[in-house]
Write a protein that binds this ligand. Sequence first.
Ligand SMILES: [Zn+2]
Ligand SMILES: [Zn+2]
Length: 241
Amino acid sequence: MPDKIRYIDKITEMLFPRRCPVCGDLVTPRGELICPECIGELHFISEPVCKVCGREILSEDEELCSNCKRHRFSFEYGYALMSYNDAAAHSLTRVKYAGAKEYLDYYGLMSRRLYGDRIKAMGVDAIVPIPVHKSRLKKRGYNQAAVLAYVMARELGIPVYEEALYRNKKTTALKELNAAERLKNLTSAFYAGDIPDDMHSVLIVDDIFTTGATMEAATRCLKRAGVKKIYCFSLAIKAEN
Ligand SMILES: [Zn+2]
Ligand SMILES: [Zn+2]
């Protein structure tokens, strides 16, 4: 079946040209997911990176970014695809608020291409997307983290398990809170679903890693529900400056 699905994907791409996740225009040549000249606007993460959150750091002599030196996280470690620069910020805002779900095909593909081996090496039992609240899901029509999870999982052979985590209530205006306040606000925002007994480790995926409070809250929630090891993957994370 996967080959057939890929074949249909290919035909769909030929018939319905893609919009570029960076400039928003129709992509040429057809069949590509991003304009060749727009790729350079994105900055894919490269060494040296923080050993915990995967953020780019300034010095090769350091193990951790300044954020991870200040906060202890309960997840094992995380990776991120790209720096949260202006192009990424603009693009991911369109994913969230302007229906640009198709951009996730490109980001999911790149995540798989650049991190597939490392993700497989984690040996996780499932990929768990950070959930959005039901009312937000209804309004947006999709959970961007879940869409990403499915694109990433497509060739990794790891199942997506959306039922692991749920969102209790709307969490808004997080931007105005500091890390500790965010965590307090968020810890109560998640609740675990039905976790199968043999689900020992999972990879949580999300679009943006800011302070790590969302990942930490989700991690604590899953750990309380019996998952032993949690890893993280985000599409974008701010580089240290
Ligand atoms: Zn473009
Ligand atoms: Zn870090």
